[in-house]
Design a protein around this ligand. Structure first.
Ligand SMILES: NC(=O)c1ccc[n+]([C@@H]2O[C@H](COP(=O)([O-])OP(=O)(O)OC[C@H]3O[C@@H](n4cnc5c(N)ncnc54)[C@H](OP(=O)(O)O)[C@@H]3O)[C@@H](O)[C@H]2O)c1
Length: 284
């Protein structure tokens, strides 16, 4: 039995489908099973990861846990690791981030600190582990969907910032291999998983325009203005400004591209264009 946290999210939903396709029994966690719309083959269980008491029962009998920080945050993830040990789970595959570099001097931003802390908890658990250190998600482009639908103009502080956007299906495919591995080949490995090409935001927005058949462009706005407009209780202005400063450092450099997807799954990583084709309805 594989337990999937964040099962209704970008990676989780794809992962549940891929695990079921491999014939694995899946327990999919969500705060709201009635709205989850997960495949009938999955055992869909209500769980709020910020409530540690609810965790151990849902982990009992599981062989492996896919742990996503998005499901409740770092404190919830640390509690889930403890609960997994108590419940006798053998393996954790952690959804981590390319921001974690294994170099204490490099891990100086909040993304690295946030994911690095959970990696440390997983390492210290004594369980088998694999880290899926994803680069920027192609799904981040969904933040532009409304602007593209309404005006075709994306307002962004760093139009030339670069990422090698990774498709959620590829992150899920790597996680599937690690969760189901019977050879031990993926135990104790930290995989940096990226898309196949470095693109600027302007190039990404142009790809979206091409796929939906409408003109699109990026208009530069200040970091301050963007942070002011986009701040939410879970993503406050200061955090956004730190994120924008990180993006600024990528301008003029190609984002790193790894061969992990091909190496682990045997198939090439999906392009950003393919991701847009898979999500075109969101932008039309
Ligand atoms: N975006 C990037 O470029 C990037 C890059 C590297 C790493 N990451 C990391 O990847 C993660 C995001 O993954 P994702 O995009 O797959 O997530 P996502 O789409 O945001 O989905 C997260 C899921 O977590 C569930 N959830 C939220 N709070 C919960 C709680 N208290 N208890 C239980 N479940 C809860 C929600 O499901 P329900 O509503 O059904 O409960 C939600 O569907 C973050 O940790 C992020 O730091 C992101």
């Amino acid at each position: 039995m594989i337990v999937v946290t964040g099962a209704t999210g970008n990676i989780g939903r794809s992962l549940v489908g891929q695990l079921l396709a491999e014939g694995a029994p899946v327990r999919a966690l969500t705060r709201d099973p009635d709205r989850a719309a997960l495949p009938a083959g999955a055992e869909v269980i209500r769980a709020d990861l910020t409530d540690p008491a609810s965790l151990e029962p849902v982990l009992r009998g599981a062989d492996a846990l896919f742990l996503n920080l998005a499901a409740g945050g770092g404190g919830a993830a640390a509690s889930a690791v403890e609960a997994a040990v108590k419940a006798g789970v053998r393996r954790i595959v952690l959804n981590s981030s390319i921001a974690v570099t294994d170099d204490p001097e490099g891990d100086d931003n909040f993304l690295a600190r946030m994911h690095g802390a959970v990696e440390s908890a997983v390492r210290a658990s004594g369980l088998e582990w694999t880290f899926v250190r994803g680069g920027a998600y192609a799904a981040n482009a969904l933040q532009w969907a409304q602007e593209i639908r309404e005006t075709g103009v994306v307002r962004d502080p760093h139009p030339r910032a670069t990422t090698s956007a990774v498709h959620e299906d590829d992150l899920a495919a790597v996680a599937t291999v690690a969760l189901l591995d019977g050879t031990g080949a993926h135990t104790g490995k930290a995989y940096v998983v990226t898309g196949p090409e470095s693109l600027t935001r302007e190039e990404q927005v142009a790809v979206i325009g091409r796929v939906i058949g409408r003109p699109t462009r990026v208009e530069a706005i200040s970091e301050e203005q963007a942070a002011e407009e986009r701040a939410t209780p879970s993503l406050p202005k200061e955090t956004l400004l730190e994120l924008f400063r990180l993006f600024a450092t990528t301008v003029g450099t190609a984002a790193p591209v790894t061969d992990t997807v091909r190496h682990i799954t045997g198939r090439p990583a999906r392009t950003f264009e393919q991701w847009v084709q898979d999500h075109a309805a969101d932008f039309r």
